[in-house]
Ligand binder design. Structure first.
Ligand code: C2O
Length: 511
């Protein structure tokens, strides 16, 4: 076979006798099964050979040499994610073109849209590699970056070395740690444990809830909240989109790097490896079974079409239904990840989830709080009754999802910061994300211009003993891997904004 993924325009030819057809173009099709292009494998970046890296670089360089209005150029593809109209972070290039700034964030479209985006990007890059190395049958597979593996917490070497413009995979607009080969992603930030433990794909607070769960916060779903129509920057992100996805964006980009901004992120070549990993984690999640399923019966999710460009510069569309099975529908898979537990729209159904009762608020602190570089603490007082109830719960810790804290009204004032949240961190205790007081991370990758307000929840079911009975104290600590002495006393480096996030309320909830 000379050509893999020919996508939906592929001609299926059924042959029952094993005869070999030789087509005009010299393409031999040996029976119906092999008429389907072979499934290729996306590998972890460290498993690529030096020849594969060299070829990859040549393809990227060729895309980078193309004009802004060529849909197969690097800049056109990046601007489809987000287009800066006035940015001090990355330069404005060209004038607006079809499908620029169409990425889907903060909703249940997030995973599907980015899978489609990567699929066509990979086809364009494969065509570019083939052209650059004069090999029309070369199979290129987009690598992924598995930062959750402790061996891969550094930015992959080909992306930082050589650190100059001879390397098309290098950009200088990243945090110092990422570009100098120190720890780029901390283990707390790389973790997908919370996301993998969630069963519902989507949450729903009104509208079409088929296949989605009512009565939960969007980050208590894996893939995000139902919305009725595409939205570049909605406010109901799922857990995977927040962590590790958003956290990794902010960790690589920091306050002034490209990866922290919708409008610049996809210009950084590492963006595509980060998203291949997120796309891989979607299948890893499905493989865990336990009721995990895509919302194929939610017609909004399943039928909404999104437009991209293929390697011949033609506009193409895909729907959720057309991308649920990466192997059979898109001809790729990930190294080490079998494609299981995938239902197709044509053969499966996913029913409406039973509604959950609304959670009960046990305590709350209205607290207009701004987060900068210094640590900030917020106290949530509990009534005597609630305190006694918590003490009783502590004797027999509840199931996950029973009790949680919600930080509400979160606004991104300036992108690129990562905050760690601690519960009842004793005075003088060094904040340690591996220690017992750590609750989780707030680091949304959101468009600051849209001003969407988010809710971030932290499950407390395994932390009841640490809650005390009178008041709880939450401490927000900015993680600064780049700073020599990050932590409570560290001041903002010159040139950094003094506020990154704000939130309006903290609530203790129970179901
Ligand atoms: Cu559309 Cu990681 O972003």
């Amino acid at each position: 076979m000379s050509n893999r993924a020919n996508g939906r325009s592929r001609v299926s030819i059924g042959v029952s006798t094993g005869l070999v057809f030789v087509l005009a173009g010299g393409l031999a099709l040996c029976g119906a099964r092999s008429a389907r292009a072979a499934v290729h494998t996306r590998k972890e970046i460290s498993h690529l050979t030096s020849t594969e890296i060299a070829n990859y670089r040549k393809g990227v360089a060729l895309m980078q040499s193309r004009a802004f209005n060529d849909p197969t150029s690097w800049i056109y593809q990046a601007n489809m994610h987000g287009y800066p109209t006035n940015s001090a972070i990355c330069p404005v290039v060209g004038t607006p073109q079809p499908q620029w700034s169409t990425c889907q964030h903060g909703s249940f479209f997030f995973l599907a849209w980015h899978r489609m985006y990567l699929y066509y990007f990979e086809r364009i890059l494969q065509a570019a590699v083939r052209q650059a190395i004069h090999n029309p049958t070369y199979v290129f597979s987009l690598p992924f970056w598995n930062y959750e593996d402790p061996a891969h917490r550094q930015l992959p070497a080909p992306f930082r070395s050589p650190a100059d413009s001879t390397n098309p995979l290098w950009v200088k607009q990243r945090t110092t740690n990422c570009n100098n080969g120190s720890t780029c992603i901390s283990s707390a930030d790389a973790s997908d444990t919370v996301a993998m433990g969630l069963i519902p794909f989507c949450s729903c607070s009104g509208g079409s809830c088929t296949g989605c769960q009512t009565g939960i916060s969007s980050d208590q779903s894996f893939g995000g909240g139902f919305i009725s129509a595409p939205n570049h920057s909605a406010s109901v992100p799922g857990e995977l989109e927040l962590q590790p996805h958003g956290v990794v964006h902010n960790a690589v980009g920091g306050p002034v790097g490209w990866m922290s901004y919708f409008t610049c992120a996809a210009r950084d070549p590492i963006f595509w490896l980060h998203h291949a990993n997120i796309d891989r984690l979607w299948q890893v999640w499905l493989n865990k079974l336990g009721g995990r399923k895509n919302p194929i019966s939610n017609t909004t999710w399943a039928k909404q079409t999104f437009t991209f460009f293929d390697e011949t510069k033609h506009a193409v569309t895909l729907t959720g239904c057309q991308i649920v099975n990466m192997a059979t529908q898109l001809n790729y898979q990930y190294e080490g990840v079998p494609v299981t537990n995938v239902q197709l729209c044509t053969t499966g159904t996913v029913a409406r989830e039973a509604a959950l009762a609304a959670p009960k608020a046990l305590a709350a602190a209205a607290a207009e709080t701004r987060l900068g570089s210094a640590s900030v603490s917020v106290k949530v007082a509990m009534s005597t009754t609630v305190g006694a109830h918590i003490q009783a719960l502590a004797r027999k810790p509840p199931k996950p999802g029973h009790l949680w804290l919600a930080v509400e009204g979160i606004k991104v004032l300036h992108p690129g910061a990562v905050y760690h949240v601690y519960l009842n961190l004793p005075a003088g205790q060094k904040p340690d994300p591996a220690g017992p007081y750590f609750l989780g991370t707030i680091a949304p990758f959101m468009d600051e211009e849209h001003g969407a307000e988010l809710t971030r929840t932290f499950d407390l079911s395994s932390k009841v003993k640490a809650m005390g009975k009178g008041e709880m104290q939450l401490t927000f600590v900015r993680e600064r891997l780049d700073a020599a002495k990050a932590g409570a006393a560290a001041a903002a480096p010159a040139g950094e904004p003094d506020t990154f996030l704000s939130f309006s309320k903290v609530t203790l909830l129970e179901r």
